[in-house]
Design a protein around this ligand. Structure first.
Ligand code: GLN
Length: 304
């Protein structure tokens, strides 16, 4: 299995590099706009911690919204089912930063993976303590899940988003107006921008994803029932208004970020991280989505 997979991943890497169809990097965060889209890396962790990689699997990138999987895991550990009093669990069918449904639904975001929902999750993690402590909890979760201390926040990316994150600032203030933000908007926003600015490589992210995949050999950090809930949300909402298309093409729970990362979970079988910074029209990694589709077809890992 490992050798066949290795051969497949190297072939895929070569094919992607030859195609040149990279998509466009996120330009609303200036620090991300400078990144060369023509990059690709993939890491697959199998049961027993067997690792297979190709391309730039050790290159660190901004995990952005992939962090939302782990902030939700932290919060589910902290307050369990109470999470759902402040945020829903339905697909939004809208862009990740849309404000539309928030008005219709009186300030209760559709799900924890769109920006409004992730702001609520972070807000609850911050409540009653300092932002630094909430961030430390998310980082510590990632470090323990990956069994790797060398995971940090890129402060320049956080600053860059804070300077230009007008939509998120609007969303946080809107949530506050509905009474669904406990902290001052700037506290929650500052924490959120820093959590999105965590930098990881594909190898580190795939290792952290082991706890979501429930892989044999993973650190026991997340109750299986919580992992199941997170996987369901990743399947339904992990790619925003492109979630249906992603499920159709790939058939696996996954979470994307505008840094071009995708965490892809084959429950019980594999944790996969893919990175290619050029995005498609939904704001999801263009070549990353393609690689996920090819990998799922090759391995037959689709849950359907
Ligand atoms: N930090 C980004 C934002 O809030 C995360 C969005 C994303 O990765 N889709 O806009």
């Amino acid at each position: 299995m490992t050798e066949t997979l290795e051969r497949f991943l190297h072939g895929l890497d070569a094919e992607i590099r030859a195609s040149g169809d990279w998509g466009r990097v996120a330009d609303y965060i200036p620090e991300l706009a400078r990144i060369d889209p023509a990059q690709f890396g993939i890491a697959v962790v199998l049961p027993g911690n067997r690792l297979v990689t190709a391309g730039q699997a050790d290159q660190r990138f901004s995990i952005q919204s992939v962090s939302k999987v782990f902030s939700l895991a932290c919060l589910l550990g902290r307050i369990g089912e109470q999470v759902w009093t402040r945020v829903g669990r339905e697909p939004s069918g809208r862009r990740f930063d849309s404000i539309l449904t928030l008005e219709e639904e009186q300030g209760r975001p559709r799900n924890p993976f769109i920006n409004a929902g992730a702001l609520v999750v972070t807000d609850e993690l911050v409540a009653g303590r300092r932002p630094k402590e909430a961030l430390a909890e998310i980082l510590a979760f990632l470090q323990a899940a990956a069994e790797d201390e060398d995971i940090h926040i890129d402060k320049a990316v956080a600053r860059s988003e804070a300077e230009t994150g007008f939509r998120n600032i609007a969303l946080a203030n809107y949530l506050k107006s509905f009474g669904n933000l406990k902290n001052a908007p700037e506290l929650t926003l500052g924490t959120y921008f820093h959590q999105c600015a965590i930098e990881m490589s594909c190898v580190q992210l795939a290792r952290a994803g082991r706890v979501i995949a429930g892989l044999p050999g993973a650190p026991a950090m997340l109750a299986p029932v919580k992992a199941r809930r997170i996987n369901a949300l990743m399947m339904m909402c992990g790619h925003y208004d492109g979630s249906g298309d992603f499920a159709f093409r790939v058939g696996l729970p996954a979470k994307s970020g505008v840094g071009g990362g995708i965490l892809l979970i084959a429950p019980g079988r594999a944790s996969v991280a893919i990175w290619s910074p050029g995005l498609n029209g939904y704001g999801n990694s263009q070549m990353g989505s393609y690689a996920a589709e090819r990998l799922a077809r090759e391995t037959n890992w689709s849950v359907f």
